[in-house]
Ligand binder design. Structure first.
Ligand SMILES: N[C@@H](CC(=O)O)C(=O)NCC(=O)O
Length: 670
């Protein structure tokens, strides 16, 4: 670690403090922006659900594909330090572009609260997202590896702890931002008209990214900055290509076999480079089954959140929204990482078990599979409760229509006798409640709540269904100048029809005359039932992901550490594609069956991985590289000696030759 100010605090290099704070702010920025992104697409850019979802997933996939680019730039050209600085600037510009794209006033020329030039907002936000994907993905493999670089060879234990703390910072940032940015988004802001404040929800992550950059620069004088080693990726590709070609050229039996197919590159390439490529290939081979873990893990943001929308989110007086259940993951990470590091792993060690990184990762995969079995059980519970509710609904709705027909025949002129048949038959989406009103009065009634207007309901007629959120809602009914307020509490996913009787007397006690029929009962399965599945997936994540991050670092040759980190992140991108492929191909009618399918696939993959892991031999790349360098030096010394010896012999021979020639000359002269 030459050329560093090697200050240490409690055995740790001081420089890593700046790196973990940088990571905290960067992850706050990333997860905070991501938390409100789909809603921004849907409500600000006015895209439909499908478009919003596909652009969202494309963005996430891009964030995990760009690490390859960042790693190549860092390892072969700029070095990790400069790559982090430059790409962080690109990242911050992207976040600022997002914040600006969400200011509706910029194009709201008629000042009605909606942007008038949507193309401007769409283009700016797409440019912003592209820059963010480039920035966040590009620096991702560099920051972790750069942190690892700060430790000396004898600080193995501290480096392991660093990776755990690093993971804690990621989740601390993610947890805080996932709580804060939705709150910011829900505020109203604007110059000419007040709208939901997406610009603030993107602006704060942009500010945090700038803080991340500044903190990283402040630590500049303390970092150990390994020099980039030239275009290593190109060398690696050329070397592999040559080995394959050379092997093919010498395929006949007359040529002696070599220990490893990469050894066929020996004719042209340095032995050290070949050894390093072998190390990387061994780890990359182990990575093949890993995307399946991410396939399951990343569904907590999609399938599991959708599952939560069909559940009851009342936790005492606290109401948890379906998308807020995702915060259980970072909360559990913050609890589990220290417990694992300070209690579970040491305990396992004390029992004499060698819980190697690859064993931990295998257990992590199994835990993720268990999480999906839990998710399947919860799904079955939801389906059963829904069946019961549907039965209740069908029977109550028959009774209810019989009753309505009686009223209408008695009171309505013939033109109004057409009870609507487009009644709701399935649970409203996203935990909303579907509400409608039946006006049994002879005069028209207007019904409204702050968030929706049911419109003017003609005498003896129905309003359409309106979707409203859970919690207490106060309806205001107007008929001419008379009004009536009706308050009630809603849970999640229910449907109600409210009857305004012909005898309604407007005034303070009007509430008692209005009756409600429960068409669909609110969700009865509690969201707390998702906690076990979150627990298992998070415990799996700690064993799999935290360990994998450290494993990738420790098994990589010195000049290819960021490349291996990028390879690790690439498994996340592949995992996300597998979700789409499996879900599309399997098309299982029951959600619980899909969960079981994913769990079974992971168990199968885990079995294969455990066999591969069994045959893996852990290496110390630094030691191997040092050995190679020593051998080369010894070879050089040998060569030097040989050269000197040859030179001496040649000189001797030359001088003898000279003497001979002199003698000959003398003889001829004589
Ligand atoms: N547990 C996740 C964070 C989250 O989903 O909130 C995590 O640690 N991801 C790793 C990362 O690098 O972002």
């Amino acid at each position: 670690m030459a050329g560093t100010i090697n200050k240490e605090v409690c055995g740790y290099p001081l420089s890593i403090f700046f790196i973990v704070v940088n990571e905290f702010c960067e992850r706050f920025s990333y997860y905070g922006m991501r938390a409100v992104l789909v809603l921004y697409f849907k409500y600000f850019l006015r895209w439909d659900d499908d478009l919003a979802t596909s652009i969202y997933h494309t963005f996430v996939a891009l964030c995990y594909l760009t690490p390859i680019l960042g790693a190549i730039v860092a390892d072969s050209w700029l070095g990790k330090f400069k790559t982090i600085i430059y790409l962080s600037i690109v990242y911050a510009i992207g976040q600022v572009a997002m914040a600006v794209s969400a200011i509706h006033d910029i194009t709201d020329t008629d000042r009605d609260g909606t942007p008038d030039n949507m193309t401007f907002h769409v283009v700016l936000s797409m440019v912003g997202l592209f820059l963010i994907a480039l920035g966040t993905g590009g620096i991702k493999p560099c920051v972790a590896a750069f942190g690892g670089d700060q430790f000396s060879d004898h600080q193995d234990r501290q480096r392991r702890t660093f990776f755990s703390v690093f993971y804690l910072c990621i989740n601390g940032g993610s947890l805080l931002s996932t709580i804060i940015t939705p709150i910011l988004r829900a505020q109203d802001c604007g110059i000419h008209s007040q709208q939901k404040c997406y610009s603030l929800a993107f602006g704060v992550p942009a500010a945090l990214m700038l803080v991340a950059l500044v903190v990283f620069i402040v630590g500049s004088g303390m970092y150990y900055k390994a020099e980039p080693q030239g275009n290593i990726m190109l060398d690696v590709c050329k070397c592999i290509g040559f080995a394959i070609k050379n092997r093919y050229r010498h395929r006949s039996n007359q040529y002696p076999k070599r220990q490893h197919w990469m050894d066929w590159a020996e004719e042209k390439y340095d032995k050290l480079l070949i050894a390093q490529i072998k190390m990387v290939l061994k780890v990359l081979f182990l990575y093949i089954p890993l995307p399946m873990f991410w396939t399951l893990f990343d569904q907590k943001g999609s399938r599991w959140t959708l599952q939560a929308t069909t559940m009851n989110g009342y936790f005492g007086s606290l109401v948890i929204q379906p998308d807020q259940m995702q915060t259980v993951n970072p909360i559990l990470i913050l609890t589990l990482v220290p417990i694992m590091d300070s209690v579970i792993y040491p305990l396992i060690n004390k029992c004499g078990l060698n819980f190697t990184p690859l064993k931990r990762m295998t257990v992590g995969m199994l835990l993720a599979a268990i999480a999906f079995v839990c998710a399947a059980l919860v799904q079955i519970e939801i389906d059963v409760s829904r069946k019961q509710l549907l039965y209740l609904f069908i029977s109550s709705s028959h009774f209810y229509f019989f009753f309505l027909n009686l009223i209408f025949r008695k009171h309505c002129p013939p033109s109004h006798q057409h009870p609507r048949t487009d009644d709701i038959t399935s649970k409203p989406q996203e935990g909303n409640n579907a509400i409608r009103f039946v006006n049994g009065m002879k005069t028209a009634v207007n019904v409204s709540i702050p968030a929706a207007n049911f419109g003017l309901i003609e005498p003896f007629s129905y309003s359409n269904y309106s979707l409203i959120k859970n919690g207490k809602v106060t309806f205001t009914l107007w008929s001419g100048s008379q009004s009536c307020e009706y308050s009630t509490d809603f849970g999640f996913g229910s449907s109600y029809t409210f009857f305004i009787p012909s005898t309604l007397v407007f005034g303070p006690n009007c509430q008692e005359s209005i009756t409600a029929a429960e068409d669909i009962k609110p969700n009865s399965v509690h969201m707390a039932l998702q906690i076990p599945q979150y627990f298992f997936i998070t415990a799996g994540e700690v064993m799999f992901s935290v360990t994998g991050l450290e494993f990738s670092y420790s098994q990589a040759p010195s000049n290819m550490k960021a490349v291996l980190q990028a390879g690790w992140l690439f498994t996340v991108a592949i995992g996300n594609f597998i979700v789409l492929i499996v879900a599309e191909l399997a098309k299982l009618p029951k959600q619980w069956a899909e969960y079981v399918l994913f769990a079974s696939l992971l168990v199968a993959v885990c079995f294969i991985f455990s066999i591969m892991a069994y045959f893996y031999t852990y290496i110390d790349p630094a030691e191997i590289e040092a050995q190679f360098k020593k051998n080369v030096n010894e070879d050089d010394e040998d060569n030097k000696h040989k050269l000197q010896k040859t030179e001496v012999e040649m000189n001797k021979r030359d001088s003898i030759k000279c003497h001979d020639e002199d003698d000959k000359d003398k003889q001829t002269k004589m």
